[in-house]
Ligand binder design. Structure first.
Ligand SMILES: Nc1nc2c(c(=O)[nH]1)N[C@H]1C(S)=C(S)[C@@H](COP(=O)(O)O)O[C@H]1N2
Ligand SMILES: [Mo]
Length: 329
């Protein structure tokens, strides 16, 4: 995302181009290698769609063997794993798109606990693995649209957020849910400074959080999350700009008043609380009408129109009935 008072642009065309040139080169080598070995094109192409090489810890093997398929995103072609794990926004590890992949090995993801507090009957500190073992994991293929106007398609593994939140029995005062990322500059080097008031914070209205599309993700491409994608647990809110999908969550707080998110705090005129994907409301510094679906390069930019609520209008439009979405951006 672009930080207003920084000169550098994290969203430069060059960066995306370099990335896809690099990928295209690797893919070309694989495809031509496959052809040389006499493999059909189908098989050579399958080699590009490589899976997740990570394996879940022994205690979670069982849960990950029972991932339920769902109809979500069956029509989509997932973005290659190599792309979704090397082109990231995770500012705790740096501002370049390749920084999180290079620098996030310092993140310790086990054991991991989540503190639940605020307006709920059940509060306390919970072990993530216990939450995962109790729940049934689902695969959901969702589009992810970054506010910087690029997008990808990711096969997430997770638990519907509503199923998790209901266990804590939020009271009638819980109008919003607030989330916080880990704060530990030893593990997250960029937290030692910069213009962000760490930890990274996000929030949802309670009915948004309870919408069946909202996912608490603990994996992707059939296995656990790579660190750069927000291990071991993150939010996925596919009808909102990517920055709402907060990574490496350690705190969930049920609150009565609308919380302030990291991006509202940094630039309130550019990033609102709702942050619904909306091609009709431009960012003050760029259009939101189109997006580059990664991998995107000079020869094949792969530009497409951005859809209202990122194409999830049927599922979520009713949440915003009667609201002026230009004002509540
Ligand atoms: N804690 C934290 N969560 C974060 C971010 C971040 O910098 N820190 N970046 C956000 C942004 S801007 C996007 S687009 C998505 C990117 O998710 P991905 O790298 O898994 O594709 O993560 C979001 N969650
Ligand atoms: Mo983003």
């Amino acid at each position: 995302m672009l930080i207003k008072n920084k000169k550098r642009s994290d969203c430069s065309e060059n960066e995306v181009t370099d990335q896809s040139v690099y990928l295209n080169r690797r893919q070309f080598m694989k495809v031509s290698g496959g052809a040389a070995l006499g493999l059909g094109f189908g098989k050579a192409f399958a080699a590009l769609q490589s899976g997740n090489p990570l394996s879940p810890p022994a205690s979670l093997q069982d849960a990950f063997h029972r991932i339920a398929e769902t109809p979500f995103g069956k029509e989509e072609t997932p973005t290659p794993y190599e792309v979704t794990t090397s082109y990231n926004n995770f500012y705790e590890f740096g501002y370049g798109k390749d920084d999180p992949a290079k620098r996030s090995a310092t993140l310790e993801t086990r054991p991991w606990s989540i503190t639940v507090e605020g307006e709920a009957e059940v509060t306390g500190v919970f072990d993530l693995e216990d939450i995962i073992k109790e729940a049934a994991l689902e695969e959901r293929i969702y589009r992810l649209r970054c506010v910087e106007a690029w997008s990808m398609v990711i096969p997430w593994v997770g638990i519907p957020l509503a199923d998790v939140l209901k266990k804590f029995k939020p009271t009638s005062k819980a109008k919003f849910v607030y989330f916080e990322t880990l704060y530990d500059p030893k593990q997250m080097p960029e937290q030692r400074g910069g213009s962000i008031n760490w930890p990274y914070r996000e929030g949802l209205r309670i009915d948004e959080a309870m919408n069946p599309l909202a996912l608490l993700s603990v994996g992707m491409y059939g296995s656990v999350l790579p660190n750069q994608n927000g291990a071991p647990v993150r939010l996925v809110v596919p009808w909102k700009y990517g920055f709402k999908s907060i990574k490496s969550i350690v705190k969930i707080r049920f609150v009565e008043k609308m919380p302030t998110s990291t991006w509202m705090d940094l630039a309130p005129n550019e990033y609102g609380f709702y942050a619904n994907v909306n091609p009709q409301v431009d960012h003050p510094r760029w259009s939101q009408k189109e997006e580059r679906r990664l991998p995107s390069g000079v020869i094949f930019p792969n530009v497409m129109e951005t859809k209202m609520f990122n194409g999830y209008e049927d599922e979520v439009a009713s949440l915003y009935a009667g609201m002026d979405l230009k004002r509540h951006f």
